[in-house]
Write a protein that binds this ligand. Structure first.
Ligand SMILES: O=C(O)CCC(=O)C(=O)O
Ligand SMILES: [Fe+2]
Length: 392
């Protein structure tokens, strides 16, 4: 099943080795102007800042909640006072950086299998002609804990596993906290939203961007939105490269505050917001009957972003992706249905919802992402339950 779904990722060269060889950058990595090298990049635009300490403090919570809501509508923000102990962050950064310094043979002990996602290597290469990203990655399933495949977890440096585990716990805590406040901002019962995130599926993708002599001609990570509910992004070293698409089509270069964690709203939160409020959105409109669609004023956004590389410095970024439970039904939250005059919506299995959402958005890429879930989480397609109409 997983094989049929992923279709297999094609083997491509290790980019770190390629960079070290000093050879001319192969044509498959070189982008044209149409492929983004001529895009306008705007610097010096700070991302919104959300203060978790202020959210948690009853004296400032209300004010900060409004700030969170507006940051989520922009899609990206930096989280300060997140409460993740400094040593947890330092340890995970140090161990990740050390892993990528290992010789190739040592890193390849954790090599990704051709039809899998987890492990060390390159992902999402489906065609011989596709342009390639100037990066390697290590991808691990972190939560639920029983879904971990330890054969992909490095044992060098020796503290790698415990550092990642400790950071995973902290990231999950922060996400739970943010979800609770997001629910308040959306006007839905926090427990109702949190229930969808029980078990808190979490994966980590560490991306290693080697320096590149032709940095302006390659892309470290192609433009995309995150196929998850919420991402926490940690800059493992001090080299910047994240860029966010602004409404006018230009790229905003992100310069995070010291110690901040970058949070991005993923496609699922955007979709849930769509479902919760019944927004008329081109990506999901086909999931609803026309008469089910009710327009609403605002929404959270999952914003396109990309990563560029530095001419002479390596860059490492660790993204923690958070998902809802895989067994949920995506359906309008009852309180909002009530608020919206008892509108009728279809309930749809999360798996099917995602399949449709991403087949529109990513041309099927999601199916690759979900493949591991099929094996480990008993991801169920229940075709008869998918499109049932709910009575008002
Ligand atoms: O490297 C970065 O800053 C971005 C990483 C990212 O967007 C991702 O892993 O999805
Ligand atoms: Fe991303």
């Amino acid at each position: 099943m997983a094989h049929a779904i992923t279709g297999g990722h094609l083997q491509v060269p290790n980019v770190q080795e390629l960079a070290q060889s000093g050879e001319v950058v192969p044509a498959r990595y070189v982008r044209t102007e149409e492929e983004g090298t001529a895009d306008v990049v705007v610097t010096g635009c700070p991302l919104p800042v959300v203060d978790l300490g202020r959210l948690l403090d009853p004296r400032s919570s209300q004010e900060e909640l409004a700030n969170l809501g507006s940051a989520c509508q922009q899609g990206f923000f930096q989280l300060v006072n997140h409460g993740v102990p400094a040593d947890v962050i330092l340890d995970v950064k140090r161990d990740i950086a050390e892993f990528f310094r290992l010789p190739l043979e040592a890193k390849n002990e954790y090599e990704k299998l051709p039809d899998g996602l987890e492990g060390y290597g390159q992902v999402f290469v489906f065609s011989e002609t596709q342009k390639l990203d100037w990066s390697d990655m290590l991808y691990l399933m972190l939560r639920p804990v029983e879904a971990r495949d330890m054969s992909f977890w490095p044992t060098t440096p020796p503290s790698f596993r415990s550092s990642v585990d400790r950071y995973s716990v902290e990231a999950a805590r922060v996400v739970l906290c943010l979800l609770r406040f997001m629910a308040m901002d959306m006007g839905v019962e926090p427990e109702r939203l949190l229930e969808m995130f029980g078990g808190q599926p979490q994966t980590m993708k560490v991306t290693y961007y080697p320096p590149c002599q032709q940095a302006g001609k390659v892309i470290g990570l192609s433009p995309h939105t995150d196929a998850c509910a919420m991402t926490l992004l940690l800059h493992v070293n001090d080299v910047q490269g994240l860029q966010i698409r602004s409404d006018d089509g230009n790229w905003l270069a992100v310069e995070p505050l010291d110690g901040a964690i970058i949070v991005s709203v993923g496609d699922i939160i955007e979709a849930m917001w769509v479902v919760a409020h019944g927004l008329d959105h081109p990506d999901t409109r086909h999931l609803f009957q026309t008469h089910d669609v009710i327009l609403s004023n605002g929404k959270y956004r999952s914003v396109e972003h990309r990563a560029v590389v530095h001419p002479d410095k390596e860059r490492i970024a660790a993204a923690m992706f958070h998902q809802p439970r895989h067994t949920i039904m995506v359906e309008p939250l009852p309180e909002l249905v009530k608020e919206n005059g008892g509108a009728r919506y279809k309930s749809v299995a999360y798996a099917e919802f995602m399949k449709h959402f991403f087949s529109v958005k990513l041309g099927g890429l999601f199916m690759a992402i979900s493949s591991k879930c099929n094996d480990d989480y008993s991801w169920q397609y229940t075709p008869n339950a998918m499109w049932r109409n709910r009575p008002a």
